[in-house]
Ligand binder design. Structure first.
Ligand code: FAD
Length: 517
């Protein structure tokens, strides 16, 4: 107890010496700065559980002005300190962490508890204004009250708006609507100088584009205006299997090429999985596949032990329920999956969007959620996806994956090149997401070391084979690697940084720029 008090006093002194030059202790407390270990400890960790960095303090902002005050203090003080927004802390490699500085806890913030940041829906203009720390699940709940919903999603909804807009925000709707960053009308941003600016395509457009996919480098998003559409009521959710990779990718590419067609002639969501071990099929069967349809990998003629699962959905309303079967059938006729492998379910729209949360609850109950996650997300150009399949799915991975492997294509023309995000230089590129968990079960192939080593092998293979991937949710530790990642966009990225965060104090956990402290 006495040690705790001593540590707390020490932390307060350290903070006041660093921050207090420009903000007095009373002001620090008033805007919601805390050095309490129960605040500092969670802000030192993230979903990846691969790194731990302790900040000096945590800010629980009550408003955008509280954040602006803190950032101004950091910008103006002689020594300076760093400031990192933390959404829901679902990064993998400490991207929202910072040492020698303050973490701004955006999700579950004081302002939200006070009800200040409640989503405000304009049903006439079909948009919602939300606090940057709002979770997508809560955005959805608010908009559904008006019969509306955002157009573009992530697979998992317990992520913050500011966190996904700092990366891209993708799921099976991206081929049609683009990523979440293509579905934002306006933002309020606290820049690295502590100014609060409203930005959009028309107003402060340089900042708007910089922040979208900007990895938190140019400002802290405090409000986002998100595009809405009428919310579908139900979803027909279908999975079909392939043993032939080129038939699988041919069909995925065909389906995403229909993005310009009327809604009745395209699916609303296109994703896919790779199945390299029989366990996965059986697991999935218990949660999705009908028990009357037992699947045996061996009976499906899997080529090299690998199967591919196409996952598609068709949204509908009760008043269009009578046409959904025909529409689905007409589209399915064009596909070349294994005939005996069609698995269908039907559920409310909300349940479909929130599907990964169900898996989370299951994993949590088994103690399998709070484990290290050496995830690797890659954008792979269409022209090299077959090489990737041969080298990785049928090569490096062996017959055990330790977690889901997603694969689905997107159309580059749905991504705005003026934003900060980088994608491969081809009209169609794939997301390949290796979402693996490291476990301490005595099985060497499930250890963190083994999986991290496989990730390195995959990146090396891409390098050696000339597969020009771009990392999604990128992680690099040297500026040279970041320059390579951004390629032609590096000089723009750098110039924007010097303009909006000249002391380089924001989101240092990304390890792109060294702060000038
Ligand atoms: P954090 O981890 O808290 O922050 C991420 C980065 O954004 C940090 O650099 C931080 O400083 C910055 N940041 C956070 N808030 C703000 C803000 N308000 N303003 C400016 N910068 C900010 N991604 C997808 O695209 N599609 C998916 O389907 C998907 N599924 C996922 C499923 C799970 C289970 C997990 C763990 C992650 C998934 N992700 C997915 C990745 C996710 O989008 C990113 O990790 C995202 O950053 C998480 O949001 P967060 O709120 O937890 O951000």
């Amino acid at each position: 107890m006495a040690t705790n008090k001593l540590l707390l006093t020490f932390a307060i002194c350290r903070l006041i010496v660093t921050v207090g030059l420009t903000l007095n202790p009373m002001e620090l407390l008033r805007i919601g700065v805390s050095v309490d270990p129960t605040d500092v400890e969670p802000a030192s960790l993230d979903f990846g559980l691969l790194t731990r960095t302790e900040p000096l303090a945590v800010l629980h902002p009550g408003s955008a002005e509280d954040i602006a005050k803190l950032v101004r203090a950091a910008y103006e003080s002689t020594h300076g300190f760093t400031v990192s927004a933390r959404g829901h802390g679902h990064s993998i490699n400490g991207q929202a962490q910072t040492s020698n500085g303050v973490v701004v806890q955006m999700s579950g913030s004081r302002g939200m508890q006070l009800g200040l940041g409640k989503p405000r829906v304009s049903d006439m203009l079909r948009y919602v204004d939300v606090w940057g720390g709002e979770l997508w699940i809560d955005v959805l709940k608010s908009t559904l009250e008006y019969g509306l919903a955002p157009k573009s999603w992530t697979d998992y909804l317990y992520l913050s708006v500011g966190g996904t807009l700092s990366n891209g925000g993708i799921s099976g709707q991206a081929f049609n609507h683009g990523p979440q960053i293509s579905n934002v009308y306006e933002l309020d941003v606290v820049t690295g100088k502590g100014e609060i600016l409203t930005c959009s395509e028309e107003q402060n457009s340089e900042l708007f584009h910089a922040v979208l996919g900007g990895l938190g480098q140019f400002g802290i998003i405090t409000r986002a205006r998100i595009a809405l559409e009428p919310a579908p009521q139900r979803v027909r959710w279908i999975r079909v299997l392939y043993s032939n990779f080129s038939a699988f990718t041919h069909d995925q590419e065909y389906l995403i090429s229909r993005h310009g067609q009327p809604d009745s002639q395209k699916f609303d969501y296109v994703e896919g999985f790779v199945i390299v071990d029989e366990g996965l099929v059986n697991n999935w069967r218990s949660s999705f596949f009908s028990p009357s349809n037992p699947v045996k990998i061996s009976s499906l003629g899997a080529n090299g032990g690998v199967l591919y699962c196409l996952e598609i959905t068709k949204n509908y309303y009760e008043f269009t329920a009578n046409t959904v079967d025909q529409e689905v059938e007409a589209l399915m006729k064009k596909l070349n999956f294994i005939p005996a492998s069609v698995f269908t379910t039907d559920l409310p729209y909300m349940d479909f969007l929130d599907r990964v949360h169900k898996a989370e609850l299951k994993l949590r109950s088994k103690g399998l959620w709070d484990v290290p996650h050496p995830w690797l997300n890659l954008f792979v150009p269409k022209s090299k996806i077959a090489d990737f399949d041969r080298g990785v799915f049928k090569g490096i991975l062996g017959n055990k994956t330790s977690g889901p492997i997603l694969i689905y294509p997107m159309n580059k023309n749905k991504w705005d090149d003026k934003t900060s995000v980088v994608t491969p230089d081809e009209e169609v590129f794939y997301l390949v997401a290796l979402l693996r968990s490291a476990l301490d079960t005595g099985d060497e192939t499930q250890t963190l070391e083994y999986l991290s080593n496989q990730n390195r092998q995959i990146l090396k293979l891409c390098d050696d084979a000339g597969i020009s991937i771009k990392q999604y949710l990128p992680h690099y530790t040297t500026q040279q690697e970041w320059m390579d990642h951004f390629g032609d966009k590096w000089s723009l990225f750098h110039r924007r940084k010097m303009e909006f965060d000249p002391r380089r104090i924001l989101a240092t956990g990304q390890c792109i720029f060294k702060p000038s402290l």
